[in-house]
Design a protein around this ligand. Structure first.
Ligand code: SF4
Length: 280
């Protein structure tokens, strides 16, 4: 990251040197924004060639359950909870027949555990009764399952079925607005506008790269602008810490030399696995 940080600081300096002080920059055309957006995507692909979903799963059912549990909590907390959950209830049939109090106890660390337990039992029963115990691979079917919205459905389609999908979570929404790819706040409208900028084949990996960047560098409250490899392409440069040394200290997960969120990360992940529940 040292070299990247230095490059981005130089680029940022060049950029501000070119703008006349006090004069607003010329408004960017739509075409220029699209070109810049695609360039950011290419740069992020180089920074995070290993970008991946940060939930541990071994099959579509596990991904669906983990994604429902990930509401209002971190992927790390979900990953620390699901090993016990899937050991107790490996299939939709098992989970649909769970004793609610036992299920609630297992998923308690993820928060909102009563509502989440209801969703898990409801969606498991629907999978058992309406889909032969299999997770359906169609958006229209997925969003009918209890507790499953468009975001969850897109995560499952993109990562368990290889169907391209844009996942608009809090990180994705924040970053694409910072980058002026859209001004929309509503996730469905964000999804529709971003879908116009990129070919379908990029949608799933774009989602991972943007979320990776949001979690590691472009944080909500203190973005690490001084250590950001796409600073020269970002209209929000300066919203966060611009001092390279101070910015470096804000980096998270593998970028900051810390463990990742998955207990079982993919083989190409350059960081270390997350610790199990209670170990850290
Ligand atoms: S706001 Fe800062 S950290 Fe975020 S992308 Fe822009 S330059 Fe990078």
């Amino acid at each position: 990251m040292g070299e990247q940080a230095a490059r981005s600081t130089r680029n940022a300096a060049k950029r501000s040197a070119g703008a006349a002080p006090g004069k607003p920059a010329k408004p960017e055309s739509h075409l220029a924004m699209v070109r810049r957006a695609r360039r950011i995507n290419r740069e992020l692909a180089e920074v995070y060639p290993y970008a991946h979903p940060e939930l541990d799963f071994r099959n579509p059912f596990e991904l669906l359950v983990a994604t429902v549990l990930s509401a209002q909590t971190t992927d790390l907390r979900v990953n620390q909870t699901t090993p016990a959950l899937f050991a107790a209830y490996p299939t939709p049939e098992d989970m649909a027949a769970a004793v609610p109090e036992r299920l609630e106890e297992i998923i308690r660390p993820t928060g909102f555990f009563r509502a989440k337990a209801r969703s898990l039992m409801g969606l498991s029963a629907a999978l058992r009764d309406d889909f032969g115990g299999e997770v359906p691979g169609r958006l229209a079917d997925l969003v009918k399952l209890p507790g499953v919205g468009r975001k969850t459905a897109n995560v499952v389609l993109g990562n368990a079925f290889g169907v391209p999908g844009i996942t608009v979570d809090t990180h994705f929404g924040r970053l694409v607005r910072r980058w002026k790819w859209t001004e929309q706040e509503d996730p469905e409208k964000v999804e529709a506008e971003i879908a116009e900028i990129f070919p379908k084949s990029e949608w799933t990996m774009l989602s991972h790269r943007v979320v990776f960047h949001g979690r590691r560098i472009c944080h909500s409250r203190k973005p690490a602008c001084g250590a950001c490899p796409i600073a020269s392409l970002c209209p929000a440069y300066g919203e966060g810490e611009t001092d390279p040394e101070k910015a470096k200290k804000l980096l998270k997960y593998e970028m900051g030399g810390h463990p990742g969120q998955r207990l079982s990360p993919p083989p190409d992940y350059p960081g270390s696995p997350a610790p199990p529940l209670g170990a850290g």
